[in-house]
Write a protein that binds this ligand. Sequence first.
Ligand SMILES: [Zn+2]
Length: 265
Amino acid sequence: MSTRPRSYNTEGVILRRRNLGEADSIFTVFSPTEGKFDAIARAVRKPKSRMRGHLEPLTRSQMHLAHGRNLDVFTQAETIAAYLAVRDDLDRLTLAIYCCELVDRFTADRAAQSELYDLLVDLLEALDAGASPTVARYFELRVLANTGYEIRLSHCAICDGPIAEEDTLFSVASGGLVCGGCRSRGGSGRLISVRAIKAMRFAANATMGQFAGLRLEAELEAELQRVLGEAIRSVLERETNSGRYVEALAVPLRPPVHESPGDVQ
Ligand SMILES: [Zn+2]
């Protein structure tokens, strides 16, 4: 037998829950030190459970767990931040759930990624403080960069040459922007506008707060949402096919369209 301790403490954000049996739930947690993991909370759906309320999707909690034979078991949980303002706003709630889903899809089990954790906490705090939905675009770019899929924006992803100030091919397969001379070799992609390129370059060097302060026109916001949504889907499909991620895409990932909350499921 190993000599590892029988229990441990960690903080984490609850990415999702699924119910098990009459009163148990399995929670997927993203922790700065443990990475992503599933653990079981016994009897958490009973009204008298002391952990009830401290283990909810989107909640950031301090938790104590015991190693189990298959899944670890929560023995205590205490809320650090519940992000109540996010829960009260359907648009922000949808974005927060989407970003948690991105973290879930882009991470493997038990691989600590503290930068990605900080990014997720920053996002939840920004949304809770009323930041514009544009922060989700920042989050998408940073998730890609943090998990090894940084989008090349400064120079041509193929020849490393300069990018002219014009509509430019954006090819996920090539790794980013593709200059006019390389366009025929750039594979599939879409032409994106100069202002979308500038916004993404700004995001690459800005803090989340700085990016959230930008007032983007609706058309530009929609373009960024389309471009980054496609990039995310394309990476996930490729990686799912190659087996890099354990979980297959159960449903096609769609970035939420925050202009029309009627679409939200
Ligand atoms: Zn080129």
